[in-house]
Design a protein around this ligand. Structure first.
Ligand code: S3P
Length: 175
């Protein structure tokens, strides 16, 4: 029986805000992979990318995903690139119901513009082009990893949370 939910999806789809609200509603622990990576590294994600490179970040992400994916009764917000390594998908799917949040490119660009520099992959001159390219490349990874997919474009946090709950309840192996 699975008791945890892993939220995956592109940057800016709302994994953190939805995850916190979902955890509160289901009375589960909220866990954010990126925060644990920052704690383990002793520096922020932009600093990890800048000083150690993306590969070092992905290695830390694999390590932390391995630890967190076994948690019971949790809602885990994953970083947008977690699906790029198959080992993460395997580990997440083994113990968690995997819910993928999506949003339109326009909404992603809007939502990721507030904290400039917080997302090193989008710290580029032509952000729209970068988002389009990454989305195209990653779309099959998200699709393969997800048990459930929910579009968050133009939906309130409450609506998204209610939709997730109604969908997960249909899964017999989730409690
Ligand atoms: C990344 C997404 C970020 C963070 C890192 C890399 C990605 O997390 O893990 O900047 O590759 O999509 P969010 O999806 O929470 O922004």
């Amino acid at each position: 029986m699975k008791t945890s939910i892993a939220l995956i999806g592109f940057m800016g789809v709302g994994k953190t805000v939805v995850g916190k609200a979902l955890a509160r509603q289901l009375d589960k622990e909220f866990v954010e992979l990126d925060a644990l990576i920052e704690r383990k590294a002793g520096k922020t994600i932009p600093a990890i990318f800048r000083e150690d490179g993306e590969t070092a970040f992905r290695e830390l992400e694999i390590e932390i995903t391995g630890e967190v994916s076994r948690k019971k009764n949790a809602v885990i917000a994953c970083g947008g690139g977690v699906v790029l390594n198959q080992i993460n998908i395997d580990r997440l799917r083994q113990e968690n119901l995997v819910v993928c949040l999506t949003a339109s490119p326009e909404i992603i660009i809007k939502r990721t513009s507030s904290r400039a520099g917080a997302r090193p992959l989008l710290d580029v001159a032509d952000k729209a082009l970068k988002v389009a390219k990454l989305l195209k490349f990653r779309e099959p990874f998200y699709r393969r990893a997800a048990d459930i997919t929910i579009n968050t474009s133009n939906q309130s946090i409450g609506r998204v949370v209610a939709e997730i709950i109604s969908q997960v309840e249909k899964h017999e192996d989730f409690h």
